[in-house]
Design a protein around this ligand. Structure first.
Ligand SMILES: *Cc1c(COP(=O)(O)O)cnc(C)c1O
Length: 415
């Protein structure tokens, strides 16, 4: 585990040539593929022949360009294989439906992406008879107690959305495995920062729409796992990817293969800037949550699990107490200071700001939000990497003064 080096693995996986010796991979746009002899066709349907043997069947099944992107992501996460989907939700939903049959059960972290919460809270029980118990993944007793003899999966995010809590993945893996269940981890918030598969995760899912894409222009997702699980997902009789069809377009896959080599540089810069803002905000007495701060409750977990050179990630939150103050700060930052954008999503090269209680976590009721630690005045910032650090800090400081949060906030030690 300790000798796993994602950057080296990614470079090795990327060293492939395109058709005609191109330095970039060729894009395979075909939706159907020939076989050289008729006997090959049946083995493609049974799964005996597949992309590993250089055999392709149909565009909703494996595609060579999408598979090439998968190889890079598998290298990044250190899993045997990976395959990409049309969206992060496509990856998450297909994984859940492949692991759970009607009557089965999932244990799911309570502070997660709103869409994932709705999937497990509403959609899967109603449409598929898959039931969920939501737990705080840092309360290991509660996690343990939530398992039933029908539990097939434990689902968490590497860094909870939006509380930024970091679960102890090795201990969660131990609990899940002891109950015969899989540990599924959504690593969208911290690619390269933490490599969940190196700490016991069986399946790592991603929304590539965020950091992997990096420009807020393409939607995509990925499932990183053992080869066997991906073949199961693609089974022509019983595979969630093959039969539900959240297929990634090969052109999108090709775009993403050109973004991924820069991801290590980008993540380092996002982390560096988020760390800088978090430290300054903390020193100013603003209630800031960031896993790179000494005050963060899971700082030790990050220290133990994190790939140090990538820091603590690019997301921080500030709690302004009330929704009104949160709105005032975001408005000033966008409209007066040109600091960033009021928009959901994350991982963009510009700073994105949103108020989770009124946006990405609004799928949760007020009570559920409170239980998950989401206060109404919480602002989530996905720290961008444009402009100079001092310029950006100047804008942030002026906005805080303008809306009266600073210097009054300096009395923070009371809470
Ligand atoms: C955005 C996001 C998703 C959903 O991904 P899409 O690509 O929008 O479908 C899932 N999990 C997390 C943590 C996200 O931020």
């Amino acid at each position: 585990m300790s000798d796993f080096h994602p950057v080296e693995a990614m470079a090795a996986a990327r060293h492939e040539f395109g058709e005609h010796g191109g330095v970039n991979l060729s894009v395979e746009i075909s939706t159907t593929f020939t076989v050289m002899d008729p006997e090959t066709m049946p083995s493609l349907f049974t799964g005996q022949a597949g992309p590993k043997q250089g055999c392709y069947l149909y565009g909703r099944h494996f595609n060579p360009t999408v598979y090439a992107l998968g190889r890079q992501l598998a290298a990044m996460e250190g899993t045997e294989a990976a395959y990409c989907t049309s969206s992060g939700m496509g990856a998450i939903a297909a994984t859940a439906m492949q692991l759970c049959r009607s009557g089965d059960h999932a244990v799911v972290a309570h502070a997660i992406y709103g869409g994932t919460y709705a999937l497990f809270r509403q959609f899967l029980p109603g449409r598929a008879g898959v039931h969920t118990t939501f737990v705080d993944p840092n309360d290991l007793q509660a996690v343990e107690a939530a398992f039933t003899d029908r539990t097939r999966m434990l689902y968490v995010e590497t860094m909870a959305n939006p509380t930024l809590a970091i679960p102890d993945l090795p201990r969660l893996a131990e609990i899940a495995h002891r109950h015969g269940a899989r540990l599924v981890v959504d690593n969208t918030f911290c690619p390269l920062v933490i490599s969940p598969a190196q700490h016991g995760a069986d399946i790592v899912v991603h929304s590539l729409t965020k950091y992997a894409g990096g420009a807020s222009d393409v939607i995509g997702g990925a499932i990183c796992a053992r080869e066997e699980f991906l073949l199961e997902l693609m089974d022509v009789q019983d595979g969630a990817l093959m039969l539900l069809g959240p297929t990634m377009d090969p052109t999108v896959a090709s775009h993403l293969t050109l973004r991924l080599p820069l991801l290590p540089l980008r993540m380092k810069e996002h982390s560096k800037r988020a760390q800088f803002f978090a430290e300054r905000l903390h020193a100013a007495g603003v209630r800031v949550v960031y896993p790179g701060l000494e005050s963060h409750p899971n700082r030790d977990t990050l220290h133990r699990l994190g790939n140090r050179e990538f820091g603590a990630g690019g997301i921080l939150t500030v709690d302004l107490g009330t929704r009104e103050r949160a709105d005032a700060l975001m408005g000033t930052l966008q409209n007066d200071e040109q600091f960033g954008y009021m928009a959901v999503s994350l991982g963009y090269f510009e700073t994105l700001m949103s108020c989770p209680s009124a946006s990405t976590s609004s799928e949760l009721t007020e009570e559920e939000q409170r239980a998950a630690g989401i206060s109404p005045g919480l602002v989530r910032m996905s720290v961008g990497l444009t402009g100079s650090l001092e310029q950006r800090w100047g804008q942030l400081e002026r906005a805080l003064r303008k809306v009266g949060i600073w210097p009054q906030a300096v009395t923070h030690s009371a809470n």
